[in-house]
Design a protein around this ligand. Structure first.
Ligand code: NAP
Length: 256
């Protein structure tokens, strides 16, 4: 069975591992957007870069005779998810989305929930604050106008200087992070508030536990709505779905 995995997440990486061990049944290609400079590459076929919208993805799926698509992109990667729904529907190809559950506040958390980055910038207010920004590089523009604040941006890659809010410092780091190190960072940098998006998962949760321990507020950007598709929460769920599809496909072929 020929499978396309739209990747770029921890769940996708876990799925690559499972697919590497199931080569006898699944011929998988992983697709990455090409936004991370040194991505973690699987031992599977890899293609890098956009497809060229819905039409480009549709053509690619047909040209490579893909039987199933797993959309394991990030909960905030809404464009790719929507394109996958449209292209797979048009091509009649089975599609599954892997989406990790979002974080929910627990006792002691002080979250200010907002709908988007614009609202996050607004929620910071006009009193100067030391802000830890853990958002992607394409999310930075709304913070350019909130120029009274002191920014520490944490990011896997260093964004172009033109994308950074005025005076922002960059801390290049890739998760997973642990709570003790996160507490030390917040203390050493005298951070007043964290701005993050509700990515979910364990790799970057430690900052929230550290903020709770230090009594710091977190401006939490809620997840955007995603295009509807059958969804599982993790790589094991995606693999089980693929195995069911494979079993069904094999029995249909035997009957024919
Ligand atoms: P997006 O806004 O949904 O997608 C923008 C465009 O990038 C898509 O239309 C598509 O181009 C291309 N693209 C996205 N994911 C792709 C993939 N896996 N393979 C090939 N092309 C892809 O996505 P994004 O938010 O920029 O995220 C880009 C990548 O970074 C995704 O793989 C995502 O899983 C990962 N990521 C995103 C975030 C986040 O917060 N957004 C965080 C961590 C990781 P075409 O229309 O030309 O096909």
């Amino acid at each position: 069975m020929r499978v396309l995995v739209l990747g770029g997440t921890t769940e996708a990486r876990a799925l690559y591992g499972l697919l590497e061990h199931a080569r006898a049944r699944f011929d998988a290609t992983v697709s990455l957007a090409g936004v991370t400079r040194a991505p973690v590459l699987p031992r599977l076929a890899v293609r890098i870069g956009g497809f060229g919208g819905v039409d480009g993805l549709y053509d690619w799926l047909l040209a490579h005779r893909i039987d199933a698509v797993i959309d394991a992109t990030h909960p905030f990667a809404v464009r790719m998810g929507a394109n996958a729904v449209q292209a797979c529907t048009r091509a009649g190809i089975a599609l599954l989305r892997v989406e990790r559950p979002g974080w929910t506040p627990v006792e002691g958390d002080h979250w200010i929930r907002v709908v988007d980055m614009q609202a996050a910038a607004h929620a910071l207010g006009s009193t100067p604050r030391r802000v830890l920004l853990t958002v992607g590089r394409k999310d930075l523009l709304p913070f350019h106008h909130a120029d009274v604040h002191d920014w520490l941006l944490r990011s896997v890659d260093r964004p172009d200087a033109s994308l950074l809010p005025p005076g922002a410092r960059v801390l290049q780091a890739r998760g997973p992070f642990d709570v003790a190190a996160e507490e030390a960072l917040l203390r050493d940098e005298r951070i007043d508030v964290i701005v993050t998006k509700n990515s979910g998962g364990t790799a970057t949760y430690a900052k929230l536990a550290a903020a709770r321990a230090l009594g710091l507020p977190v401006i939490m950007v809620d997840r955007p709505p995603v295009a509807a598709a059958p969804t599982v929460a993790d790589a094991a769920g995606a693999m089980a779905w693929l195995e069911r599809l494979y079993a069904h496909d094999s029995s249909t072929r035997r009957e024919v």
